[in-house]
Ligand binder design. Structure first.
Ligand SMILES: *Cc1c(COP(=O)(O)O)cnc(C)c1O
Ligand code: SF4
Length: 335
């Protein structure tokens, strides 16, 4: 069903759901029936990087299981407080590539917009968990700086909306951005990197689709799904709306220890994604960001998992295994 955007004075359903996300560890422990012995470390870690978990996402977790792969992605833990050599606050050198407020121009032909710092969920392994969003989000100046930079650089053919999560912005804000992008003659493609369709039912609204279509740009949505249990009927329904609108649907995952570090899990993920009309695109090695060391799968292990995946799936369901290296002209593809 396509969710109507109500009158301007009415808060859209997805924004209400966003406001009701779990942010207090006690409430989450209660809801999931978790052993309270882990509560003090969860509280300590959430003081460094706030806990945020939408209720619809928590509803997919297994009650009473502290090792649930969905919970593990989002539950603050004691391991985050450890200092581990080689893990730093800006692992991919983002700050050095900022050309206008919130605009990163790292790769040929593509500009990436940090549209907002907000997300619907705070993933504990996020490589931007330390990003100084306050001074570096493209919406702050009404998109002017970012749009002017893109307009002045005819070699940019694709704009990537990232963040944070661009779909946490209101349809009105995104509409303004789409309007501006649609007027830049050398742009060919619009890409949206988001995790929202699997977190907030109803986020793909009619107004959002209308704004995207009005750009006249070919559009790609890259989702961020890590585990087969995240591919729900609700997600598939939202994907159908996008697919019907001619939007290409891809997925990127991060290879995470204790979440999806088995070939069987990743194979199931690829199958589930394809059933929902989404093609696997990238499988990222973890960026070495401070506080996320416990999620790392070492390179030889990652390579072996990827080989096993190749041996059991058709080629088009095998995501490319990549990692990011500051200063490189593209993501680095592992053989
Ligand atoms: C990852 C990334 C892109 C997109 O790279 P693709 O290989 O085209 O998916 C673009 N800009 C920045 C800054 C990135 O980090
Ligand atoms: S930017 Fe992406 S990975 Fe990072 S917290 Fe937000 S949704 Fe999660």
């Amino acid at each position: 069903m396509i969710h109507r955007t109500g009158p301007a004075w009415q808060t859209p359903e997805w924004q209400t759901a966003l406001a009701q996300a779990f942010t207090e560890p006690e409430a989450l422990f209660e809801y999931l029936g978790l052993d309270r012995s882990r509560l003090p470390s969860t509280l300590a870690a959430s003081r460094r990087f706030r806990m945020k978990i939408p209720r619809s996402y928590a509803a997919l977790m297994t009650r009473g299981d502290p090792g649930d792969p969905l919970l593990r992605q989002v539950l603050p833990s004691a391991e985050e407080l450890l200092e581990v050599a080689g893990f730093c606050t800006d692992p991919v050198g983002d700050l050095a590539t900022q050309e206008a407020p919130g605009l990163l121009h790292k790769y040929h032909g593509r500009a990436l917009l940090i549209t907002t710092g907000a997300c619907a969920v705070n993933c504990r392994y996020c490589f931007r968990r330390h990003y100084p969003y306050a001074g570096a989000s493209a919406h702050r100046d009404g998109w002017r700086g970012a749009l002017a930079y893109i307009a002045a650089h005819p070699e940019i053919s694709e704009v990537i909306l990232s963040g944070g999560d661009p779909l946490t912005l209101s349809d009105q804000r995104l509409g303004e951005l789409c309007h501006g992008l649609g007027r830049i003659p050398h742009l060919r493609r619009l890409r949206i990197h988001t995790r929202l369709p699997l977190l907030l039912p109803g986020r793909i609204t009619k107004d959002l689709l209308t704004s995207i279509m009005a750009t006249g740009l070919q559009t790609v949505m890259v989702l961020h799904v890590n585990h087969p249990r995240e591919v729900t009927g609700e997600l598939a329904g939202q994907m159908r709306l996008l697919g019907d609108a001619g939007i290409t649907l891809l997925n990127q995952s991060v290879l995470l220890r204790g979440v999806n570090d088995r070939a069987a899990t990743l194979a199931e993920l690829s199958e589930a994604l394809f059933s929902a009309g989404i093609l696997p695109y990238y499988l990222h090695l973890l960026d070495r960001v401070e506080g996320a060391a416990h999620f790392e799968v070492e390179r030889s292990g990652a390579h072996a998992i990827h080989e096993a995946l190749k041996a059991r799936l058709p080629g088009y369901l095998v995501p490319r295994l990549v990692y990011e290296q500051a200063g490189a002209p593209s993501k680095i593809h592992m053989p």
